[in-house]
Design a protein around this ligand. Structure first.
Ligand code: PDD
Length: 277
């Protein structure tokens, strides 16, 4: 596996940043996860655009330009030479003596890692997964893909301990998103999902799946989905770089529909395969 720290490539095992890096001490940074399909990185422009938005929201610069990030991605893929790759990009506010205000001068730390991507088990995809509901305890800017992932980490760990795949988060009884994915439900033939805004990450997969749905003539509503709407939905599914389109068949042990992947999730999963294949 390969890593790149501030433009220098080397084995991932040898890659290091300072213990005084603000990413380490303050979680002061932003990140992206991109995957390859057939060896080619998917939706790079969308991910880099979001990285730039996240960075700007924290008054951080992108560091390398988008074109330079693109070149770094290509170089890392060439060096790592894996069948499929999970590409991790991170920008932090750099190394400085620990003090809350931004350091002057500011020298951001940029990191890329390239690791083999292990696709989700086909059987899991066919049978669907289970989820639990948890209170969304995150901050007011979940649209920023910041490296502060403690609430997401705790939620996913709770899911793991419950023996299920994902934790679906609720704020004031309304579904926001999953700990690592966006959440969609199907009610009366309409796909409903939380609108973009500070409560959710604007998923690259979410946008593409909504487009695919519209092309299929499936109505889409970006609207509040309450806990009871989700539990009474005919289908629930997750979207995300790592999960793609993944049906959820039970939530908190309760069956969604007949507890099997529904027709809309299955259709969109096939359309997704065609899009990326
Ligand atoms: N997470 N919501 C949250 C909270 C996420 O962390 C992610 C992705 C998504 C889906 O976004 P996209 O479709 O752009 O991947 C939604 C990445 C994969 C991660 O943290 O590993």
């Amino acid at each position: 596996d390969i890593a790149c720290v501030n433009g220098r490539f080397g084995p991932l095992a040898d890659a290091v940043v300072s213990v005084e890096d603000r990413g380490f001490q303050f979680g002061d940074g932003v990140y992206e996860v991109i995957r390859t399909y057939r060896g080619r990185p998917f939706a790079v422009d969308e991910h880099l655009a979001r990285l730039e938005r996240s960075a700007q929201a924290l008054q951080l610069s992108l560091g390398p330009s988008k074109a330079q990030w693109g070149t770094l991605i290509e170089e890392g893929l060439r060096l790592s030479d894996l069948p499929e790759t999970k590409i991790y990009l991170q920008i932090t506010r750099g190394q400085a003596p620990r003090d809350h205000p931004f350091p002057v001068p500011l020298l951001p730390t940029t990191v890329l890692t390239f690791r083999e991507l292990h696709p989700l088990d086909v059987l899991v995809r066919q049978t669907g997964v289970q989820a639990i509901l948890l209170e969304d305890i995150r901050w007011g800017r979940c649209d920023i893909k910041s490296v502060n992932l403690l609430p997401n980490v705790l939620a996913r760990q709770r899911a793991k301990e419950a023996g299920v795949f994902e934790a679906i988060l609720l704020r004031d009884g309304v579904v926001t998103e999953g700990s690592v994915s966006n959440v969609m439900v199907v009610r009366n033939g309409t796909i409903q999902t939380a609108p973009e805004g500070p409560r959710i990450l604007s998923g690259v997969t979410r946008a593409k799946v909504l487009e695919l749905a519209k092309k299929e003539g499936i109505p889409v509503a970006e609207t509040m989905v309450r806990r009871e709407d989700l539990l009474g939905a005919s289908e629930v599914f997750l979207t995300g770089t790592t999960v793609e389109v993944l049906p959820v068949v039970r939530v908190d042990g309760q069956a969604i529909g007949s507890a099997v992947p529904g027709p809309i999730a299955q259709l969109l999963s096939r359309r997704w395969e065609a899009l990326v294949g």
